[in-house]
Ligand binder design. Structure first.
Ligand code: TRP
Length: 449
């Protein structure tokens, strides 16, 4: 049988897995979610959740993938004879098909804004002008679609090249560039007047601002940001080399993901505060508030080009990981070639992406209960599908799959880390499932605190 591919190097593995984690979730979503939930105290809870809940879940997903060297559905089939659990595998395909379309549409927006930045289109514009530009663009229907399609074609072509020659090769270039650009932006931001205020906003906790919904948002955000609950990390886990420690990879990626989200916050909020804008301006922060500020700042057009390239790269490497879930499933379960699988994935996601984009045109009939398909995919995936995926995965890892798989994967057959393994197992069996279940109950309004 043909040898199954693995990542080429440790650094490559970190770039690929880190590339999956670091995405629109860090740069577009984290700042506004933190802003909406009161800042400092939310950030602390978020960080705790990332390390106590998300990190062990990430390691469990890696273990499921690496022990079976399979796509999420094949992996579940190999780890338990109970048929019902394959539903978990199918759920991951469905989740990818829900996230990819709206994610690609947003990535397409960053291309439009990159174009606008290149021609200096934001110079001297008021927030109302930029809002009009943005709304005009989104509601034009086809314009966002062309950008989305262009973005998706490039991503599918890269993934079609394979793991080492495609995903890994490009991530190894895109991720370092991303970090350099983000650090440069954060350094620039530190010279703005609002720097102190934004450091206080992000790091000075005020626990009176924390309520049940804030904790639920922190959990949903942590799953989204660390690419969990959807099989991405099972799929990537199946390519991790046998000798690499899962704890090192997951730990490094978790730290990088948190640091980059905070850096993004530190790059964005000073400008927000310097110009006296509320940090709670929501999803518009990146596409209306920021461009307005860029248009009024010294060096604004250069900075805005850097920012939107950054957003684009972050989105690309995350999309690779979602595409790979679908593509590996097509390859392994239907025995098609990688290029055919990539083409098939492109057609399906492009179709759903068009649906999402068109559903945002004012007066569109592509809505259900008053919500556009775009919003349905966005909300349903972050609030229900991913946490549910996370819950089933952690229950599967802790209680269902063959004994010793977790131990062997986490400790290299008992060679190291047995003490931390006991702690991890306790978290995986008890603490994490209960925490996620409590979150669901509170989402459903059954508990309030
Ligand atoms: N983590 C990415 C981000 O922060 C998005 C992402 C990639 C993702 N793969 C995923 C989210 C799998 C959930 C599940 O933007």
């Amino acid at each position: 049988m043909k040898q199954r591919s693995t990542f080429g190097s440790k650094l490559g593995t970190l770039a690929v897995v880190g590339g999956s984690a670091v995405g629109l979730g860090n740069i577009w979503k984290f700042p506004y979610v933190a802003g909406n939930n009161g800042g400092g105290a939310f950030v602390i809870i978020y960080i705790v959740i990332c390390f106590v809940i998300a990190l062990p879940l990430m390691m469990s997903e890696f273990a499921i993938g690496r022990s079976t060297r399979s796509n999420p559905i094949g992996a579940v089939k190999k780890l338990t004879p109970q048929k019902g659990w394959t539903l978990m595998g199918y759920a991951s395909i469905i989740a990818s098909l829900m996230i990819l379309p709206f994610y690609s549409v947003i990535a397409g927006w960053s291309l439009e804004f990159l174009k606008d930045s290149l021609v200096g289109g934001f110079a001297g514009k008021s927030a109302a002008d930029v809002a009009l530009m943005f709304e005009g663009f989104v509601s034009s229907g086809w314009q966002p679609i062309w950008w989305m399609l262009g973005f998706l074609v490039v991503c599918c072509l890269i993934v079609a090249l394979g793991i080492e020659k495609g995903i890994e090769r490009y991530s190894k270039v895109l991720m370092p560039l991303l970090v350099v650009m983000l650090v440069a932006l954060a350094v620039y931001s530190s010279t703005l007047d609002g720097f102190r205020q934004s450091a206080e906003f992000l790091f000075k906790p005020d626990f009176s601002k924390i309520d049940g919904p804030a904790v639920v948002h922190a959990l949903g955000q942590a799953f989204f940001s660390m690419s969990l609950g959807m099989g991405s990390m099972i799929t990537y886990g199946s390519y991790i080399k046998k000798q690499d420690k899962l704890s090192t990879i997951a730990g490094t990626v978790a730290v990088a993901d948190v640091v980059i989200a905070l850096l993004a916050g530190m790059a964005i909020f000073p400008a927000v505060f310097s110009f006296g804008i509320s940090p709670t301006s929501g999803p518009d922060l990146v596409f209306i508030t920021l461009p307005t500020l860029f248009g009024q700042m010294a060096w604004g057009s250069v900075i805005s080009v850097v920012f939107f390239v950054l957003l684009l790269f972050a989105a690309m490497t995350s999309v690779f990981s979602m595409l790979e879930v679908i593509i590996l499933y097509f390859i392994e379960e239907f025995h098609v070639s990688r290029p055919v699988a990539s083409g098939g994935a492109f057609v399906i996601i492009a179709g759903l992406g068009i649906l999402c984009a068109l559903s945002q045109v004012p007066g569109s009939s592509l809505t259900v209960g008053g919500q556009s398909w775009f919003d349905i995919f966005d909300n349903l995936s972050a609030n229900i599908v991913l946490p549910l995926g996370g819950l089933t995965t952690i229950l599967f890892a802790g209680w269902v799959m063959k004994k010793n798989v977790l131990r062997d994967q986490f400790t290299e057959n008992g060679a190291y880390g047995l003490k931390s393994y006991s702690l991890l197992k306790f978290l995986i069996k008890f603490v994490i499932p209960v925490a996620i279940a409590v979150m669901f109950l509170s989402l459903a309004g059954l508990i309030r605190w």
